[in-house]
Design a protein around this ligand. Structure first.
Ligand code: MF3
Ligand code: CO
Length: 248
């Protein structure tokens, strides 16, 4: 069941969204060579506690951390670890906060020092995919309209779109209906309705879209070892157009 949110509920959701946005703004200064993703996890725990927010992912289907830290060929759901980040790495930090009973969900890819031209291009194009998707997240459009924009932009640049991990409704829970891949065809799929709150979170790979999962049951990687990037916002669909909730 898709739960539509009222204007007032969408306003209430801004708090969790702003906390997540503030986290990303603060963490960007921390991401330098030598820092570990466990350092970032500690920072996230402290940050959420100070803001009075809950780290929603801890214990979610057994996930043990407040952040996902996905380095280089890791697509998503990487565990924070003690390996120092190195110059040239890219790392996607994903965080889900609960505040006043509502969820904010946002992921962002970061460059560690100077990165390759390919990595820079992958990050730029992936962010543009998110922006192009948001532009089409309009009442009456279909999910295929949104995701066609995402997919075609990625593929035009020679990149591939991960199919195995999905965008999702967001509200009092992190994963609500509907679920949808970041590929699609114009005019296909469900219609976007006023009051839907959903993520757009394209995971774009430099090589194959094929994904493998490590023995830990979580860490999702590109099958060919190529780089992967992701940008994710929580978006409210309103009569006045899309509202990005995970922004300041
Ligand atoms: N932001 C991720 C998502 O879109 C969060 C999932 S991490 C999990 O689904 F480990 F908690 F599942
Ligand atoms: Co999400």
């Amino acid at each position: 069941m898709v739960t539509l949110k009222s204007r007032a509920e969408i306003e209430e959701m801004r708090k969790a969204g702003r906390i997540v946005a503030a986290f990303h703004q603060a963490v960007s200064d921390l991401i330098v060579p030598g820092v570990t993703t466990l350092d970032i996890e500690s920072f996230a725990l402290r940050f959420l506690r100070e803001k009075g927010a809950k780290a929603y992912t801890i214990g979610y289907n057994g996930y043990p951390f407040a952040t996902c830290a996905s380095v280089n060929d890791v697509i998503a759901h990487g565990f924070p670890n003690s390996r120092p980040l190195e110059e040239g790495d890219i790392v996607t930090i994903d965080i889900v906060a609960e505040a006043d009973g509502w969820i904010g969900d946002s992921a962002w890819s970061y460059a560690v020092g100077e990165v390759s031209e390919e990595a820079r291009k992958l990050m730029r194009v992936t962010k543009e995919c998110l922006e192009l998707g948001i532009e089409r997240a309009i009442v009456g459009n279909r999910i295929g309209d949104v995701m066609h924009a995402v997919q075609s932009h990625a593929e035009q640049h020679g990149f591939s779109v991960v199919r195995d991990l999905l965008g999702h409704g967001v509200g009092r829970e992190m994963h609500e209906e509907p679920n949808y891949p970041h590929v699609g065809r114009p005019g296909r799929g469900f219609r976007l309705k006023e009051g839907m709150v959903m993520t757009i979170e394209p995971m774009i790979n430099a090589g194959t879209a094929v994904m493998t999962v490590d023995a830990d049951g979580w860490t999702a990687r590109t099958a060919d070892g190529s780089l992967s990037a992701q940008y994710e916002h929580t978006i409210a669909i309103t009569a006045d157009g899309p509202i990005i909730l995970t922004t300041m």
